[in-house]
Every structure is written in structure tokens, then in C-alpha cells.
Design a protein around this ligand. Structure first.
Ligand code: DX5
Ligand code: ZN
Length: 223
């Protein structure tokens, strides 16, 4: 299956959210990535339910909600009601991760878990069967526009090997510092979803950048 592209709304111009989402609608993007930060789990605050609801009214693609918040179990249902198609919680914020994943599925959304750069793949060993997506953070969460942490590459390979071994086809999503300069390497390591904020919205031609990210492996095959 071809990899998916999920532009991150965090890097868009908030003064024209409708146009920015329209741009994603009219592009080859597969999902819209929506970053929720609470000022507690991460040292930054982004957007909440009303903005998600407004985005959902305009967006024609599935919305991939990344909850960088403490106690996500208190809010997952409200994010699903506001329009989340995929809900990703952080393993570091969930002492009862299995229960939270069940809540997400019961609420009717796909369930994901995100791992901070220092968190080992083995931390989710016993919930792999319960996941639709694993997000490996390739920056420390909280801010867009940071530099990709290259130790993520062997981590992707390690996770991919575990999924293959157990015959699971859960998505591997990479979030942070992703762009045309490293997309090919990330995908070859085994990633299936690329989140890209600044690389897309700070580009001179966001639609074209999305297209290039979507097809960056095709050229390799032709070359
Ligand atoms: C970071 C967020 C990312 C962010 C990525 O905490 O989870 O989704 O928007 O932005 P870039 O692609 O600019 O690193
Ligand atoms: Zn994110």
C-alpha cells in the first residue's frame, strides 16, 4: 500500500484556516493531522474541541488527532464527537493505556499511540494487537519546525520488524521534522504515514510539496 501524507494544521496560517484546509482537500494529502497540546504534558497550548469541530465541517479527509495531553481518557470521547477519525494518545500519559485504547475503539475511532523520542518500542509490546497506528515522535513534542532526530530511523526499523514478526499491519506514523530531505529514508525504514507541518505550510507551493512527498518513492523506482 502506498504511504499516507498527513499535513499538520499546526503550521498553517490560523488567520485563514478555511483556506488552509481547502488546500489540503484539493491536494494529494490523505489525512489532516490535528495537534492538541495542553500546556501540561507539553510546554505549549494549541487548539481544542471548537476548532476541531470547525475544521471537520470543512475538511473532506479523515482527521488524525494527536493528543499531547495529560489524562487523555477524560477527553477522547469529546474529540471523537468533535470529528476525530483517528485518536492518538501518548504512552507516557497513559498508566492505563489498554483501557484508553478500548475507549477510543468503542467511541468509533481508530486508535493510535505516540512514543516520545526516548521511549522504547518495547513499551507498547503488549498492546500491539489493539492498535491501528503507532506514532514515533521524531522531535520532542510541543512545537512545530524542529529538527528531525535521526535516531528515529533505527527505531522505525525495529518497530517494523516487530509488526512483520507478529503479522500486524498497523500504521507507523512519523511526526516531527519530516520533509523532502528525509522522507525517502523514513519510508524505506518502514514508515507508512508522514506528518509534515512546516515542510508543507511554509513551502512556496504547499500542494506541490504534498504531491512530492506522496510520490518521493516513485522517482527512486524509475531512477
Ligand atoms: C509536534 C507536533 C507535530 C508538528 C510537526 O509536537 O506533534 O505534528 O506539527 O511539525 P513539523 O513538521 O514542522 O516538525
Ligand atoms: Zn503531531
Amino acid at each position: 500500500m502506498k504511504h499516507l501524507i498527513a499535513p499538520s494544521l499546526l503550521a498553517s496560517d490560523f488567520g485563514k484556516l478555511n483556506e488552509e484546509i481547502q488546500l489540503v482537500n484539493d491536494s494529494e494529502a490523505d489525512w489532516l493531522h490535528f495537534d492538541v497540546m495542553d500546556g501540561h504534558f507539553v510546554p505549549n497550548i494549541s487548539f481544542g474541541f471548537p476548532i476541531l469541530k470547525a475544521a471537520k465541517a470543512v475538511c473532506t479527509k479523515p482527521i488524525d488527532v494527536h493528543l499531547m495531553i495529560s489524562n487523555p481518557e477524560l477527553y477522547v470521547q469529546r474529540y471523537i464527537d468533535a470529528g476525530a477519525d483517528v485518536v492518538t494518545v501518548h504512552v507516557e500519559a497513559c498508566p492505563h493505556l489498554h483501557r484508553v485504547l478500548q475507549m477510543i475503539h468503542e467511541g468509533g475511532a481508530k486508535a493510535g499511540v505516540a512514543l516520545n523520542p526516548h521511549t522504547s518500542v518495547s513499551s507498547i509490546e503488549h498492546v500491539l494487537e489493539d492498535l491501528d497506528l503507532i506514532c514515533l515522535m521524531s522531535v520532542n513534542p510541543g512545537f512545530g519546525g524542529q529538527k528531525f532526530i535521526y535516531q528515529t530511523i533505527p527505531k522505525i526499523r525495529e518497530l517494523k520488524a516487530r509488526l512483520v514478526e507478529r503479522n500486524l499491519n498497523c500504521h507507523i506514523e512519523i511526526d516531527g521534522g519530516v520533509g523532502l530531505q528525509n522522507a525517502e529514508q523514513i519510508l524505506k525504514a518502514g514508515a507508512t504515514v508522514l506528518v509534515a507541518g512546516s515542510a508543507v505550510f511554509r513551502s512556496d507551493n504547499p500542494r506541490e510539496t504534498i504531491k512530492e512527498l506522496k510520490h518521493c518513492l516513485d522517482d527512486t523506482i524509475l531512477a
